[in-house]
Design a protein around this ligand. Structure first.
Ligand code: MN
Length: 348
């Protein structure tokens, strides 16, 4: 496996872990498979070393991830506020996973940022805030879970990794790479997969539960969105899906129901990027995906105060759904320069 981590960082991390008994791990608001996988995976490992590791999440994670070992023991800040304060007060070390800015902790931000405890950041998003004592920031990684695996291996703790830890880490890799189809830049990921499978993990089960399981309402919303609310902009090789509040309510929308929807237009030949605009209570939630290295992160940064990865990004828009849609359509020509040239599309 390619050596990407810095020895001195690993040594310092080990010193910090050794000096700690109570360890708090935390991740971004609206936690996904990678956020839960990295925190829970590391927590399982630390607990096998005899530490007291606990994961605090800013808000309720999706129920679709309830199969992950340790899900039931999560401390949810919006639900267990005083308990989370106690955990942070008693912690000797705080490990932050899968976010680059403290603001991604949402309501949990003050508790973590005002704590004087030593902190470690482990993340794969561009341009991190350097608030931690050690920062592991590797935007080329497929997922924070891939990075967590590499850190565990570099610490010489692969043998100590139990099946529960391996399950959590593989869940993060599977969800962030959509079962090894996107965000992969290093072949090492397949060696990591093999090492995780050697722990007895059932990959097909994880893929089924984390990617290929949804509620009936989710299936119906997504089918409706594709049939009725998808617009294709051929000249710009772009797609937009819009869903307003009324429609969401009609389908009894629940959090997580539109997961994955934004990826679907990319299955159409020569669609390079796809935007999904959803009218939430306070703002328009923007999600974007692309291929051929089209920088949706830049579009989200420029137009929607957001960002993310080159091919998977998001943001928010304050205003009406229609204004948001118009802004995006009017801005499309500005980004034509990032489209692939005529011969560069995959031949089918
Ligand atoms: Mn991630």
């Amino acid at each position: 496996m390619k050596q990407i981590l810095i020895d001195a960082d690993i040594k310092r991390l080990w010193v910090m872990i050794e000096a700690s008994t109570n360890i708090v791990l935390t991740c971004h608001v609206r936690p996904d498979g990678d956020a839960l996988g990295s925190t829970l995976g590391l927590a399982h490992l630390l607990n096998t070393l005899g530490k007291h590791a606990r994961v605090i999440v800013p808000d309720q994670p999706p129920k679709t991830l309830a199969f992950m070992p340790g899900y039931k023991e999560l401390a949810i800040y919006t639900k267990h506020d005083p308990y989370c304060h106690k955990l942070v007060d008693e912690a000797d070390l705080i490990i932050c996973c899968d976010f680059n800015k403290l603001s991604r902790l949402d309501l949990l931000e003050p508790l973590i940022s005002e704590s004087s405890k030593p902190k470690v950041l482990i993340d794969h998003h561009e341009d991190p805030d350097y608030f931690a004592d050690i920062t592991f920031s590797y935007p080329d990684m497929s997922s924070t879970c891939e990075l967590v695996f590499r850190i565990i291996a570099a610490l010489g703790l692969y043998r100590e990794m139990n099946k529960e830890a391996a399950e959590c880490i593989l869940t993060g890799i599977v969800t962030d790479t959509r079962n090894f189809t996107v965000n992969i830049s290093e072949l090492d990921i397949y060696e990591i997969l093999m090492r995780l499978l050697e722990k007895g993990v059932d990959k097909n089960r994880i893929v089924k539960l984390s990617l290929n399981t949804r509620s009936l309402s989710s299936l119906k919303i997504q089918a409706y969105a594709i049939s009725e609310k998808l617009e294709i902009f051929e000249k710009h090789h772009g797609a937009i899906i819009t869903l307003d509040r009324e429609t969401l309510q009609r389908f009894n929308y629940e959090k997580g129901d539109t997961e994955g929807l934004v990826n679907m237009p990319l299955e159409v030949k020569e669609i390079v990027y796809s935007f999904f605009l959803r009218e939430d209570a306070e703002y328009i939630r923007v999600s974007a995906r692309s291929q051929y290295n089209f920088p949706v992160s830049k579009v989200c940064e420029d137009l929607f105060g957001g960002g993310g990865h080159l091919q998977a990004a998001g943001g928010e828009f304050r205003g009406s759904l229609e204004e948001c849609r118009k802004l995006l359509i009017e801005s499309m020509p500005k980004y034509d320069c990032y489209l692939p040239k005529a011969g560069e599309y995959n031949e089918i």
